[in-house]
Design a protein around this ligand. Structure first.
Ligand SMILES: Cc1ncc(COP(=O)(O)O)c(C=O)c1O
Length: 413
């Protein structure tokens, strides 16, 4: 099984420490990255995140990113953020435990807990920090983590920091999970199962009810990272658990982000009241980091209001996703295993993937090419994401362009 867990992402293959200062270190590492075909550069976008925007100086349709509900530039979020900047300032001015714990943070956390139907929530500056904070707070040396093979990098890093023994099972397989748990749980003091709700590079949904049942059978705790499900799935926008009929209070630990569908920035960990207290006291990425800035908190609060008032956004999002999957399928392009708004078109080869992405950009479609280490080696792909506000004609035009460019890429020797 190819695992994202197995390799450190950016390391020169040269043995021994490079000498000669930072430039020499960078040259050696970047040469190795170029040889692997995984060199990255950042595109420059202008203007507000929206279905159409300027990328590298060109007007294009945006089919990349995680602003799924098109809330990032919503006037109600912008107004809430501007008011908060005026009334509370642009920064919390310190960590929550020193001087940065504003009543605004506590309000947002109560609103999140209420929305999710759980006892408590704690806001973190990012989802990355949430995962690297919560996992070591729950498990350590002598404990075990049982992890799906395709969990997000921040979960992998949280596992590494925890120093618990990590056991990886085949992505999405309940049978493989069951076998791992039977093996691992009896040998450890405590076992934590870690899963994504919606897998960020494949768009498939974890079989949560069966996995939860397996965890319960073996006495394991469950951490669900639903960064890409919250706001997008479930009748009330509570994510993949709600969509699958699972009560969030039956999941031990939920991680969600505020910077994707919710159009703001930051993240949260939600669960029983004791979890919040434990994190406040032990999660290093919470304790030793500045609190979320007031404009971001207020924008997230405005997003929660919109989630409740405008269910059409998540309905349209999934309708748009279904339309794109169908339009690609009609042209012979597989998008399995996606069932959501994240739609992978697997190409395999790194260079071909980036060439197709480049050609699409030249035609006015920004679709991000994704390579290792974001996905397992040899599975490079276009990661297409739709938004609730894409129009049918825009989606259809993308499918035509992808099919033509893939055909063109096939035809090349
Ligand atoms: C599943 C998952 N968890 C966590 C994160 C990290 O969230 P943040 O961008 O807020 O650090 C991401 C970000 O892409 C993600 O996809």
């Amino acid at each position: 099984m190819r695992q994202l867990f197995s390799e450190p992402p950016f390391r020169s293959s040269a043995s021994g420490p490079p000498t000669g200062g930072v430039e020499a270190i960078a040259d050696a590492a970047l040469a190795a990255i170029r040889t692997r075909g995984t060199y990255r550069h950042m595109r420059v976008l202008d203007g507000m995140q929206a279905p159409s925007m300027r990328v590298d100086g060109r007007d294009v349709l945006l089919f990349a990113g995680s602003n799924y509900l098109d809330l990032a530039a919503h006037p109600e979020l912008a107004d809430a953020a501007a008011r908060a900047a005026r009334d509370w300032g642009c920064a919390a001015g310190g960590s929550r435990l020193i001087n940065g714990n504003l009543s605004l943070h506590e309000q947002l956390e109560a609103e999140l807990a209420n929305f999710l139907g759980v006892e408590s929530a704690l806001v973190f500056p990012t989802g990355y920090q949430a995962n690297v904070g919560v996992i070591p707070a729950l498990v350590g040396p002598g404990d075990a983590v049982v992890s799906d093979a395709l969990v997000h990098a921040s979960i992998i890093d949280g596992c590494r920091l925890s120093r618990a023994a990590v056991h990886v099972f085949e992505h999405g397989s309940v049978e493989a999970l069951e076998a791992r748990l039977a093996d691992v749980a009896p040998q450890h003091r405590r076992t934590l199962l870690v899963l994504d709700g919606v897998y960020s590079m494949d768009g498939d949904v974890a079989p949560l009810p069966a996995m939860l049942a397996a965890a319960r059978r073996h006495g394991a705790l469950v951490l669900l990272d639903d960064a890409h499900g919250i706001g997008c799935l479930g009748a009330g926008g509570r994510g993949s658990a709600e969509a699958l009929g699972v009560e969030l209070r039956d999941v031990d630990v939920l991680v969600g982000t505020l910077g994707k569908a919710l159009g703001s920035f930051g993240a949260f960990v939600a669960g029983p009241a004791g979890l919040r207290e434990l994190l406040v006291n032990t999660a290093r990425s919470f304790v030793f980091s500045c609190a979320l800035a007031p404009p971001q908190v207020a924008a997230a609060q405005a997003a929660l209001t919109l989630l409740a008032r405008e269910p059409w956004r998540r309905v349209r999002l999934q309708a748009n996703a279904a339309r794109l999957r169908a339009a690609l399928a009609a042209r012979g392009i597989a998008t399995a295993p996606s069932r959501t708004h994240i739609i992978p078109v697997r190409i395999g080869d790194n260079d071909r993937t980036m060439t197709v992405a480049e050609k699409l950009l030249a035609r006015g479609f920004y679709a991000q090419g994704i390579r290792h280490p974001s996905v397992p080696d040899g599975t490079a792909r276009l990661r297409l994401t739709v938004m609730a506000t894409h129009e049918d004609a825009q989606i259809d035009a993308l499918a035509v362009a992808v099919a033509e460019e893939l055909g063109a890429a096939e035809a090349r020797p």
